[in-house]
Design a protein around this ligand. Structure first.
Ligand code: PBE
Length: 268
């Protein structure tokens, strides 16, 4: 019933995602810093988390998840971030593109394109929402690229297509990264002549792969905070091509119908 504390109503469980995600590390830190000793962070996946969210929102049940923006869930549902007065989830987060050392010399066309690539959360949202509405990721990416040829042409301007060279992109199955990686794959294949493998891995292996050179590039590095540990661990072993998107965010997210507003309220 509603007289129960929010914690009791959700059994003190935060619905998390894959253990390698930076948001999981940040959430464990939040549990410590806000002294939320009763609380547990549940591991799973992005897909399992959104499935649980869909079920609970349908029944107007309380729920708390690890969430991030851009994500289609914010257009589909009425959700809010909990305030984070201790800034455990950071500020001014960005998504960066990384390339392996040597890609610049080996594959200058792909490297230049990846270096130029940057877009907005609204643009990514169009692909994400199409996928959530049932389109295949490849088809959604193709449609976006075809509908926004002006944007694509800025990124590939004056680049001469190659003849079927292989390139490997690493990504994690987060909805935001499924959208960006499918778009890069489509452009590299259909505009720049590459043969692309989009390798779906966990966050740790993605960073390790780029640092070791097994993966050519990724557009899925969240910095400066979310993947700070990976960044420090592999510093000097990859090229940071800078932000492909700015103004992104991670945190703890609840339905708007829930009457708590801050992580500090989880103590009650
Ligand atoms: N995310 C989405 C990732 C980065 C992209 C916020 C779930 C993470 O926590 O590592």
């Amino acid at each position: 019933s509603n007289s129960e504390s929010f914690g009791k109503q959700v059994k003190y469980e935060i619905i998390g995602i894959d253990p390698g995600a930076g948001i999981m590390k940040a959430t464990n830190k939040a549990l410590q810093e806000y002294e939320l000793t009763d609380w547990k962070l549940i591991e799973g996946s992005g897909a399992a988390m959104t499935a649980t969210l869909a079920k609970d929102m349908k029944n107007k049940k309380p729920i708390i998840i690890t969430g991030w923006t851009p994500h289609w869930m914010f257009s589909k549902y009425d959700l809010k971030y909990l305030d984070d007065p201790k800034k455990v989830y950071g500020e001014a987060e960005e998504i960066h593109t990384l390339a392996r050392k040597g890609l610049k010399e080996d594959q200058p066309v792909a490297y230049t394109f990846l270096d130029r690539f940057e877009w907005s959360s609204d643009e990514m949202g169009e692909i994400m929402t199409a996928i959530e509405d049932g389109e295949q990721p490849e088809a959604a990416a193709k449609k976006w690229a075809d509908d926004h040829s002006d944007r694509v042409n800025e990124w590939i301007k004056d680049l001469k297509p190659v003849n079927g060279k292989a390139i490997k992109l690493g990504y994690v199955a987060w909805d935001s990264e499924i959208a960006s990686t499918n778009l890069l794959k489509y452009i590299l294949e259909n505009k720049l002549g590459y043969k692309v493998t989009a390798l779906q891995v966990e966050a740790g292996p993605m960073w390790t792969g780029v640092a070791k050179g097994d993966i050519d590039a990724t557009a899925a590095a969240w910095l400066p905070l979310t993947h700070a540990d990976y960044y420090e661990k592999f510093k000097g072993k990859f090229d940071d091509l800078g932000a492909n998107m700015t103004g992104v965010k991670t945190g703890l997210v609840v339905p708007s119908y829930v009457d708590i507003n801050s992580i500090e309220d989880l103590k009650k």
